[in-house]
Design a protein around this ligand. Sequence first.
Ligand SMILES: O=c1[nH]cc([C@@H]2O[C@H](COP(=O)(O)O)[C@@H](O)[C@H]2O)c(=O)[nH]1
Length: 312
Amino acid sequence: MSIVVAPEVAAALARVGPVVALESTIICHGMPYPKNLQTAMEVEAVVRGTGAIPATIAILDGLPHVGLSGEQLKRLAISGRQFQKTARRDIAHVVASGGNGATTVSATMFFAHKVGIPIFVTGGIGGVHRHGEQTMDISSDLTELGKTPVAVISAGVKSILDIPRTLEYLETQGVTVAAYRTNEFPAFFTEISGCQVPCRVDSPEECAKIIHANRNLHLGSGILIAVPIPTQHAASGSIIESAIRKALKEAEEKRIIGNAITPFMLERVKELTGGSSLEANIALVKNNAELGGKVAVALSNLQKRETKSKLL
Ligand SMILES: O=c1[nH]cc([C@@H]2O[C@H](COP(=O)(O)O)[C@@H](O)[C@H]2O)c(=O)[nH]1
């Protein structure tokens, strides 16, 4: 399959330099224009600030792209929902029909791995939906994490999902789940979920070592690094939580199912909180991007040191 890799990204990968993959569903389905464009550009700038190269991933006119120009980012941001939400199962169809796809975590991981990017930053991943034991609505993000060796840096999963079952499912899939500077798995808008994680990491270097070990052992599975929302932005957490409960009830009443649930919830929670959920969302994505960039730099240094010592 042909994948268009931006020259800057290809050059960085060729020299084992630091690269961070970024998804596009968050741009087209997660935020309104023009905030989505502003955020996408700011997130790329945060990654660059750490010394890493950002690579936003999307399907444009049937061609998967890794690394987008400013013009392409703008096209995505303006088109919004006209870009199809594209998870792994949708990739072949979007490509075959020459369509435009905004990649979710699962599809972004797939393309990142194909071109050799080991680190990917997003806001939140999908998970096991509430009542998932009856509906079997489990995001393909979780199965992708089970079979694709990419480290995903996120603020955990939203409490619109069933967090304990999401963690159980990740365990079944053999995914390494680590929390950054905490022992508790974060719940996106709040630092706490009541769920403990099996592994705690306290520095970008520690994250890089885990990714390196995962790769050297050819484990083949992914890694989830969960970063709590910065404290100053978590203040509105309880307001957002009650909005989430209300929106969940509405989704149930309106019988919204499948891949329409997440965009509905994001939009409704934003309305119910007068936009404060959007500001918190932007802040946590940028925070994740900062760590992702630093981890990519640490991993690149580790790989270069190893190559050097093998040559000696
Ligand atoms: O807090 C968020 N969770 C999830 C998403 C997006 O939704 C996708 C999961 O969708 P689903 O639940 O339909 O698998 C994720 O991969 C991501 O792209 C998002 O934007 N914001």
